[in-house]
Write a protein that binds this ligand. Structure first.
Ligand code: AMP
Length: 397
């Protein structure tokens, strides 16, 4: 899955290149873009294509219009932002059907280096069902396909998978190439020791990640809400903390698997507990188990030291999920401490999407990490060892 052609491996001069981007940016009530990170992330591929004489046709989804042309989810604001960033006119093809008269006309009139942006691909109900008809329509606009939307790579949709059935050339852009390089190497060919840090609310949402990573890592650190199911499996009381009773057996199995594989599995030895799920609730440090009437909302200071110690000599670290309720400042210390260690150590540090990215950015340490994944769900599936359809569909080298 990792040996895929990139934009640099394919002929693009004078060709119409359809690029699947991730322009699913947040908008405020007046449809102003409130965070342009995703647009910035797409620029290297777009600029490369422009500079090398391609006719660049961009497409993306935004939000969930559920197969209907909802004006509030139009990509028009993205065309405007892109024009400003590229310093050239990006023609917006405002077709409710995505591939309509505007798109066809704009593409027919393109010169080398021109850029056209299609309307939200999810205006079409076929998109998320990967129906051939819409894939064919998209492909009919182009000669070559480039996928640079890692955030949707775990889904098989028309605009990232179906379209490759009708175009001979399908390569990845720089963003996906970077994701494959970092996540792929971390999981399949890491510089060791490899340490994974998993947190977040639930064991159930990360079962396959735990299971797969136990095959790969030297040390697995478990914090956050999911840790209490593991503590319970060790026979400890967890009070009113998050607990998934149905997964206690599973947690036991994972601990046995770690032991068999010689993987060091670290679970909290102390916890910051509170009376209520509230930043200002009465709180204290609880060693070992947790009394009834108290809930664990962060890892405790001893645990923080143990986790830091396990990370200090790591050469590769993958982090997915906060150590506590980091949105509340009084319970963000454990998560911040992990972010700080990762920023300091001499290792390849990979932040696997979602809340850990928010936590790292909240700590102001985003630029100290080797790689911040752009896809929460996609990076989780990657860590689960699954093939991502959006990447599998691209041409092998
Ligand atoms: P996830 O989406 O599964 O990665 O979970 C992220 C969420 O887990 C964040 O919103 C955290 O606030 C939450 N979380 C982390 N630790 C705890 C905890 N001890 N109790 C409740 N929620 C937690």
């Amino acid at each position: 899955m990792l040996n895929k052609k990139s934009v640099e491996d394919i002929a693009i001069k004078g060709k119409k290149v359809l690029v699947r981007c991730d322009f699913n940016v947040p908008l405020d009530a007046d449809r102003n873009i409130t965070d342009e990170t995703r647009i910035d992330g797409a620029l290297p591929t777009i600029k490369y294509l422009i500079e090398n004489g391609a006719k660049v046709i961009l497409c993306s989804h935004m939000g969930k219009p559920k197969g209907e042309p909802k004006p509030e989810l139009s990509l028009a604001p993205v065309a405007k932002a892109l024009s400003a960033k590229l310093g050239k006119d990006v023609i917006f093809a405002a077709d409710a059907t995505v591939v309509g008269e505007n798109a066809k006309k704009a593409v027919a009139e393109m010169a080398e280096g021109d850029v056209v942006l299609l309307e939200n691909t999810r205006y079409r109900a076929e998109e998320t069902k990967n129906v051939p008809e819409f894939s064919k329509e998209l492909a009919s606009l182009a000669d070559v396909f480039v996928n640079d939307a890692f955030g949707t790579a775990h889904r098989a949709h028309c605009s990232n998978v179906g379209v490759t059935d009708y175009l001979d050339t399908a390569a990845c852009g720089y963003l996906i190439a970077k994701e494959i390089e970092f996540l792929g190497n971390a999981v399949n060919n890491p510089v060791r020791p490899l340490v994974a840090v998993l947190g977040g609310s639930k064991v159930s949402s990360k079962i396959s990640v735990i299971n797969n990573l136990l095959e790969k890592v030297d040390t697995l650190i478990i914090g956050g809400g999911m840790a209490y199911t593991f503590m319970k499996a060790l026979g400890k009381n967890v009070g009113d903390s998050l607990l998934e009773e149905d997964y206690i057996e599973y947690a036991k199995e994972m601990m046995e698997k770690a032991e068999k594989k010689g993987v060091k599995l670290l679970i909290p030895v102390d916890t910051v507990v509170a009376k209520e799920f509230n930043n200002d609730a009465e709180s204290k440090i609880s060693e070992g188990g947790i009394e009834d009437g108290w809930m664990g909302l962060d890892i405790g200071p001893k645990t923080t030291e143990i986790f830091k110690d396990a990370l200090k000599d790591a050469k590769t670290v993958v982090w997915n999920g906060p150590m506590g309720v980091f949105e509340m400042p009084n319970f963000a210390k454990g998560t911040n401490a992990i972010a700080e260690v990762l920023a300091d150590i001499d290792a390849t540090t990979i932040i696997g999407g979602g809340d850990s990215v928010a936590a790292v950015n909240q700590a102001g340490l985003g630029d100290k990490m080797s790689h911040i994944s752009t896809g929460g769900g996609a990076s989780l599936e990657f860590l689960e060892g699954k093939d991502l359809p959006g990447i599998v569909a691209l041409n092998d080298k």
